[in-house]
Structures are given as structure tokens and as C-alpha cells.
Write a protein that binds this ligand. Structure first.
Ligand SMILES: Cc1cc2nc3c(=O)[nH]c(=O)nc-3n(C[C@H](O)[C@H](O)[C@H](O)COP(=O)(O)O)c2cc1C
Length: 303
């Protein structure tokens, strides 16, 4: 068995397979399907300061090789998480990472400071890339000075591992990656969903209530791989790759492009046990190709 340990800033995780925020609930929803303790980590559903109702239905649509969503960060707010959800999920023998969201910098700081007090949680992922909310989210992630400002502010308020999740909806992803690294990020997660839309020709209506939404699944994988590769060779901090990972081969491609760990999103909706299959497949690939640890293939693309 190869050594699968990997690092995200100060945080060491037992293996590189994590679940992507918004696609795995709080983990409890999947307990009947898989042994959660085998995962490297769980990125819980996006959390804001105040409760959010999310966007009106319909807010999901299937598209060729992918899906569009416009959930809009529906959640009960950080105080509810601390009181009711955290006690239940602290039992998991895996890293729990909170996906932090806000409409203002103050809201991001509020959520981050409350999470800092939770012993079990050693890292947060700052989501500055949600395309489905009017305020905040992608507004921070597509304007470089705002991305820097929110990263710096949270860095000053939060001392544990700070992951920053970037939006792919920009012209030059490397500029954003370098800017948030400089602002204090410990790692970079990418990609969040690509802005898209779908239309029903019969009804002549959009398929989503919000008209546009975030595209995920295999359709986005080539874009995600390209961005991971570009960013990984430009920054010194670890890159966490995601976007259309459906099986172990997809995951291996992300490691070769330079990702130190991966997250699995849309695939969880199709096969709730996919993360474990991916983990086993990574192990098999390393063993069959004579690698003794994961780090040997990170960034090992032969060009
Ligand atoms: C239904 C749904 C909800 C999501 N919610 C969040 C969220 O709350 N926070 C976040 O950072 N990303 C969210 N995402 C984006 C995913 O975490 C991931 O970045 C994206 O889907 C690409 O990975 P995938 O192709 O494997 O799904 C969501 C994606 C989906 C499909």
C-alpha cells in the first residue's frame, strides 16, 4: 500500500480524497453508504453568517455531461451549525472543513471566527466563487482587489489552515491565485462551477429560476485540469483540484497536473460510494506503477 498522506498548509490529511462542498451535505447523509472515516476530509455545505433560504425552484438542471445548479447557498447559518450540526459530525474520524461564505467581508470574518473556536475543525475553505448569489460570492472571486481584501481580512481573523476556493469565471486564473497566496492563503481550491444556462425550447423558458447557474460534472473537467496545471506551476502553496472527477483515472489526471489533493462533487449524486472507489483506484494505480507515495505523481506530468 502506497503512502497516501498529503498536506494542506499545516494540516496533514490521511489521503487526498475529499468531498466537494454542497454535494455531500454534512456527511451524515452518506453514513449509510460509506465508511466516512476512510475519507481524507469532508467539505461541508457552504455556511453563511445568517440563515439563507436559497433561490426559488427549479434550481437544478441536467445538461450534456454535467448539471447546472442555482441552490444559492441555502443554509441555516453559522450559529445553527455550531449548536446543532457540529456536535453530531465531530464524531467522524476524518477532517471536517467548513466552506465559509458571506455577502460582506464582515460576514466572512464572523463565520471564520466562530469556526475557529471549534476544536475538531482545523481548516476552512473560503468560498469567493459562488455564482448563484446576488451579493458576495463570485463578486469577490472575479475582482482581484476584492479577492485579496477578503482573504487578508479572514487571514487576520483566523489562525488555522486557510484554503481559498477560486472562481473559474475569470480571464487569468493565475493572477487570482498569486494574489490570494500573497494575501495569506495556505492552499488554493479550484474550480468552483462555471457560469452557464439552459433553455427549454418547447416552453421557451429557462430551465433555472435564476436563468443562469453553475455548471459542474465531466463537462468542466478539461477547464479544471487546465486551471490546476496553470496555477500549480505558479504558486508555492498546495492546490486542491476538482471539477468533473468521476473515477480514479480522473483523480490521477489532477495529481499529474499538480493537485496535492482532490475533491469529488457531482459524482456523489450518481454514486454515493464513488469516493471510496476513487480512493481504492488511486492506491491500485500507485501500486501497479511502482510508486510508494502519492507525492511522487503530484505535478509529474511528462511534457
Ligand atoms: C448542488 C451543488 C451545490 C454546491 N454548493 C457549493 C457550496 O456551497 N460551496 C462551494 O464552495 N461550492 C459549491 N459547489 C461547487 C462544488 O463544490 C464544486 O466546486 C463543483 O461542483 C465542481 O466539482 P464537480 O464537477 O466534481 O461537481 C456546489 C456544487 C453543486 C453541484
Amino acid at each position: 500500500m502506497a503512502n497516501l498522506k498529503t498536506n494542506i498548509g499545516k494540516l496533514e490529511i490521511k489521503n487526498p480524497v475529499m468531498t466537494a462542498s454542497g454535494t455531500f451535505g454534512f456527511g451524515t447523509e452518506y453514513e449509510d453508504f460509506i465508511d466516512i472515516s476512510r475519507l481524507g476530509g469532508i467539505l461541508v455545505k457552504g455556511i453563511t453568517g445568517a440563515e439563507r433560504q436559497g433561490n426559488p425552484y427549479p434550481r437544478m438542471a441536467e445538461t450534456p455531461s454535467g448539471m447546472l445548479n442555482a441552490v444559492g447557498l441555502q443554509n441555516k447559518g453559522i450559529d445553527y451549525f455550531v449548536e446543532h450540526i457540529y456536535p453530531e459530525i465531530s464524531k467522524f474520524d476524518t477532517e471536517i472543513i467548513v466552506n465559509v461564505n458571506g455577502g460582506t467581508i464582515e460576514e466572512y470574518i464572523d463565520v471564520a471566527s466562530k469556526v475557529e473556536k471549534l476544536n475538531k475543525i482545523k481548516a476552512i475553505e473560503l468560498n469567493i466563487s459562488c455564482p448563484n448569489v446576488k451579493q458576495g460570492g463570485m463578486v469577490f472571486g472575479t475582482h482581484c482587489p476584492s479577492a485579496v481584501a477578503v482573504t487578508q481580512a479572514v487571514r487576520n481573523a483566523y489562525s488555522k489552515t486557510l484554503m481559498v476556493k477560486l472562481s473559474p469565471n475569470v480571464t487569468n486564473i493565475v493572477d487570482f491565485a498569486l494574489a490570494v497566496e500573497e494575501a495569506g492563503a495556505d492552499s488554493i481550491s479550484l474550480i468552483n462551477t462555471l457560469l452557464g444556462m439552459a433553455i427549454d425550447a418547447k416552453t421557451r423558458k429557462p430551465l433555472l429560476s435564476t436563468i443562469t447557474g453553475g455548471l459542474s460534472g465531466p463537462a468542466v473537467k478539461p477547464v479544471a485540469l487546465r486551471m490546476v496545471w496553470q496555477v500549480a506551476k505558479s504558486v508555492k502553496i498546495p492546490v486542491i483540484g476538482m471539477g468533473g472527477i468521476m473515477n480514479a483515472t480522473d483523480a490521477i489526471e489532477f495529481f499529474l497536473a499538480g493537485a496535492s489533493a482532490i475533491q469529488v462533487g457531482t459524482a456523489n449524486f450518481i454514486n454515493p460510494a464513488v469516493t471510496i472507489e476513487i480512493l481504492e483506484g488511486i492506491n491500485e494505480y500507485l501500486d501497479n506503477n511502482g510508486f510508494s507515495c502519492l507525492s511522487e505523481i503530484v505535478g509529474a506530468l511528462d511534457i
